[in-house]
Design a protein around this ligand. Sequence first.
Ligand code: ADP
Ligand code: MG
Length: 263
Amino acid sequence: MPILCYEITGSASPNPRSTTGAEDGQLSAVLKADHEAATAQVYSELVANRLAMFLGIPVVVGVPARAATDERLRFAALRAAEASLNVYDFTDDDHADPDADEYAEVALPEGMHTQSGHAYAIKSLCEKYPLETAQIAVFDLWIGNEDRALNFKAELSSQDRGVIFALDQGSSLLACRRGIEESLACLERADQPTFHPFQKLVNARYCGAMVERIMSMPDWAILSATTYDDTVGNVMLHEQFATYEVLLRRKKMLGDLVDRVLL
Ligand SMILES: Nc1ncnc2c1ncn2[C@@H]1O[C@H](COP(=O)(O)OP(=O)(O)O)[C@@H](O)[C@H]1O
Ligand SMILES: [Mg+2]
């Protein structure tokens, strides 16, 4: 896949100590904080991001962030540089008319999740990016993310290569429900999540390979992504360890979840 670049904003100035011409500059980011509807949003975004980076899942990179004048910890999702790409915006509300003539010839598979819109575009997306959509879907089941609809973008029109990227894991892990306790209880359940926008559209072999990849992820890598020496936003240490442990248990449920939800 072509490399996904992030957006440099404003002008840069020479870095005075650099011996190789480095410049001081700025990147654009979407800044997210803990919220009453997702009390552990920052922690969940951060952990999901680190797990995704380890596994090679195409999600936008994000980092912990704090303003000099503000104690609040945020999650800064680096903004993709979309200006030079022809991106289909799956994050926009779907205004298409599903009865339009252009769709008359296209059959959607039975059991597909159509309630969140963009159904025909999602079908072409899964055809164009079979590997990446399978990877994202299996990952979402592992981290308890029921909020993938409207949270990804991709180049659809180009014939050959293009980019696809997922964003917003802020309703997964300890933020898959409003509160942390509720979220942990939800993650313990083998019947959660119950749906995914790519269900019935992904390739079984690619899903199986992704289940294998997650199952073989070393415990130390999951531990280092989930636990920190300090609270992260609203999330205390014992809750971070609980996340680590539930992710190990969810690895074992993953094959059955994929069979039930995606295939
Ligand atoms: N890293 C990013 N690159 C490009 N667009 C982004 C990025 N992060 C967020 N967006 C845009 O901003 C919108 C809101 O961000 P999101 O993280 O989804 O917030 P929320 O959790 O409130 O849904 C997204 O639907 C998307 O259109
Ligand atoms: Mg969103």
